[in-house]
Design a protein around this ligand. Structure first.
Ligand code: GTP
Ligand code: MG
Length: 330
């Protein structure tokens, strides 16, 4: 999401007041009758200061996308990342400031026009004081928008036309390795849990169909209300984007998580989402005797056994995706 650079209150005020000064100088050096100059100069200064301040805020408001009109995935994503309520409150505060400054503009221009020339500068000073006070009041909101800008800089760009496959599973089971193997994407892979914090996307095409593969942060088998914000990013992708879920088990339990726990999460995801799931047992290269897997496999109609880091079995995933995609069309 693109949010323009968010200025501080001082930056907004400096810009407005210096532009106002320039506008006033223009009037002062123009050919208007001398006795009108003081008042015309201050009037121009008030108008310009108000206009420039409003333009700056309006520009921020216009360029910040309207959360309500975005796809539900983005709405929930933004909510998880920064909080939609706080975002709306801050944008509301900017709107409020624009309205108040418009009123000042009318009020103080009117006052300057009606006053004696020697009093015009005082009225302008009073107007500037009130503009400053309003802008300083929205300091926290500007600060928050700046934080939002940073947090949403890498917001994923979703292709809503493509067949979307969301890779889910416990931490460290090889999700990102699989994304690397089936698409040209290069997510971080590391031998410790919770390497992936955000949502990573890779794309590929097969038989003229576009597939979008989404790698998510690792999940643990705990209730949604206990999940942290990083896990919730995975849930948001599962809920709003997945046409197919690729659920990855670490069959070797080498990642440190027992298969019983991995199975509980698998079943939980099955309950929560009405989406086809492909079960994938990964790290089979570390498994010498797979007898103990029987207990889990026996509950499934279909499953794949692969070794992502060795690249073996990865083609099986692509084949299975095609099968599911064809089933859903028939
Ligand atoms: N032996 C073996 N190691 C693997 C295999 N697949 C992945 N790994 C290793 O497992 C570790 C974790 O892999 P990642 O792809 O980062 O796992 P992840 O599920 O994305 O992890 P998080 O992002 O932390 O949830 C890395 O050291 C990988 O090299 C495999 O098939 N066999
Ligand atoms: Mg990862």
């Amino acid at each position: 999401m693109f949010i323009p650079t968010v200025p501080t209150p001082d930056e907004i005020l400096d810009k407005s007041f210096s532009r106002a000064k320039k506008a006033a100088n223009k009037v002062r050096t123009s050919k208007i009758p001398r006795h009108q100059k003081a008042k015309k100069t201050e009037e121009a200064r008030i108008k310009t200061a108000c206009q420039v301040t409003k333009d700056t805020l309006n520009n921020l408001l216009e360029k910040t996308p309207q959360v309500e009109s975005m796809h539900m995935f983005y709405q929930d994503y933004i909510d998880v990342m920064v909080g939609v309520d706080q975002l709306k409150k801050s944008l509301g505060a900017l709107n409020w400031a624009v309205g108040v400054i418009s009123k000042f503009e009318n009020e103080y221009v009117f006052k300057v026009r009606r006053t004696r020339p020697e009093n015009a500068a005082n009225i302008r000073k009073a107007a500037f004081g009130r503009i400053s006070s309003v802008i300083n009041q929205i300091d926290d909101d500007l600060d928050f928008l700046n934080y939002v800008k940073g947090k949403l800089r890498n917001m994923p760009t979703i292709d809503f036309e493509a067949i979307t496959v969301v890779i889910a599973g416990f931490p460290n089971v090889g999700k990102s390795t699989i994304l690397r193997q089936i698409t040209p994407a290069e997510p971080k892979v590391a031998d410790y849990p919770f390497t992936t914090h955000g949502i990573q996307i890779g794309h590929f095409e097969k038989r003229w169909k576009k597939y979008q593969i989404i790698d998510t942060p690792g999940l643990l088998d705990r209730p949604v209300r206990d999940m942290n914000n990083i896990e919730l990013r995975a849930m948001v992708a599962l809920e709003h984007l997945a046409d197919v879920i690729l659920y990855i088990f670490d069959a070797s339990e080498n990642s440190g998580y027992p298969l019983d726990a991995q199975m509980r999460l698998y079943e939980e995801i099955g309950h929560l989402f009405d989406t086809p799931i492909i079960s994938v047992f990964n790290k089979m290269d570390l498994v010498e005797n797979n007898k103990y897997l029987e207990k889990y496999i026996s509950k499934m109609d279909k499953y794949l056994m692969i070794s992502a880091s060795k690249g073996s079995g990865v083609q099986l995933i692509i084949k299975e995706l095609e099968v599911i995609e064809n089933l859903s069309k028939s």
